[in-house]
Design a protein around this ligand. Sequence first.
Ligand code: NDP
Length: 252
Amino acid sequence: KRDAWYQFSERVTGCSSGIGRAIAELVASKPGQRLIATARNPSSLSYLPNNDAILKLALDVTLTTSVEAAFKTAADHFGDNFHIDVVVNNAGYELAGDTEAATEEEMHGQLETNFFGTVRVATNATRVMRQSKDRRGGIIFNISSLAGVAAFPGQSFYHASKFAVEGWSESFARELHPDWNINVCIVEPGGVKTEFEHGSKKYTKTHEAYDGADMPARRLAAWVKKGVAAGAGVPPSAVAEALYLVASRNDK
Ligand code: NDP
């Protein structure tokens, strides 16, 4: 049985801005909760208070060595009580532009961060979660997107990365033994008001031109666009509140 909220600890990747920052701020505002907040440049985490419950770490999810080092530092910092109850795999960006305009480096970079970064952090986390003797387990939120549900033109590698997150998460969730009590949760936000990076934007067509394209998945694309438009006004704090609610239910 999972311990109470006061022992809740959370790890969030990509906390420098947007959704990750909103989640880190929310967790940090709850008394007695531990937080491991990560960013490529930890100086971007100065908005968080300085205390023993909050560990600010440098983490680049594209580097295995960086991910492993961050987990080791966290384990050393929290000592015998170290456990991770909640992981938020949030770090990500969008490579926007025509498919043929993307370089090898750009297309690999998109998958390295959004997909393999998620895999690296999640698998390091499950190794920690599995060690709990009392089936305490935990929950892993993998931030996908509506772009992981259906695809429209002009960001094919972003879609590929989020579809990969979805397929991998579903398979990995079923791979985890029920006794370990670990849940993997796919999160599919629509539009969220953040500084979300849209990559190179190397378009030979505009998005508007794509809108008129006769594409096989047109109905799905329209559905996604409707979803994104519906969420256009959603602040990152709304995503943070939703995840916090789900995590606290998981805790019971
Ligand atoms: P932001 O650009 O505000 O935040 C992205 C975060 O990811 C930043 O903190 C950035 O940190 C971090 N990051 C990027 N690359 C790396 C890396 N290699 N290693 C570690 N951290 C990295 O965007 P959002 O908050 O909007 O996006 C967060 C997640 O939400 C993404 O996965 C995105 O795909 C998803 N999403 C966003 C939507 C939206 O409308 N905004 C809709 C659907 C999904 P750094 O300071 O180091 O650059």
